[in-house]
Design a protein around this ligand. Structure first.
Ligand SMILES: [Zn+2]
Length: 128
């Protein structure tokens, strides 16, 4: 098997026909792309990235596009921080009117799962 770096260069060269591809031997911009490619979790991931890129784009990726593509998925606790409904906690607080015979009804603080948390659990194969 080829070394990861050589494979990264090989994959990058598949994009050499794209606009903005760093030309010239030892071009530091090309080296930056190679460095970014080396953050891929596997050789197959590199190849897949280039396959997808060639289908979707006519310009060469910048290193950031490559780094972003290979960023590990956010840990579960950070998954839903963008949720507008629960503010990212996964829980929605509400007050529940509790009526027990013989007692004056009162409001109790309660919490229920937000849709985003439910989706997250089921997406991971769990049960809600
Ligand atoms: Zn939510």
């Amino acid at each position: 098997m080829k070394k990861k770096r050589e494979k990264g260069i090989e994959q990058l060269n598949r994009m050499s026909g794209l606009r903005g591809f760093p030309q010239g031997k030892d071009n530091p911009a090309f080296e930056s792309l190679v460095d970014a490619m080396l953050t891929a979790p596997s050789l197959a991931a590199m190849e897949r990235f280039v396959d997808e890129w060639l289908k979707e784009n006519d310009v060469c990726p910048v290193p950031k596009s490559i780094y972003d593509a290979f960023k590990p998925p956010a840990p579960v606790s950070e998954w839903n921080t963008g949720c507008q409904i629960c503010g990212g906690t996964g829980w929605i607080s509400f007050t529940k009117r509790v009526a027990i015979p013989g007692l004056k009804p009162y409001d109790a603080d309660s919490a229920k799962r937000c849709e985003c948390l439910i989706n997250r659990i089921t997406a991971q194969g769990g049960e809600v």
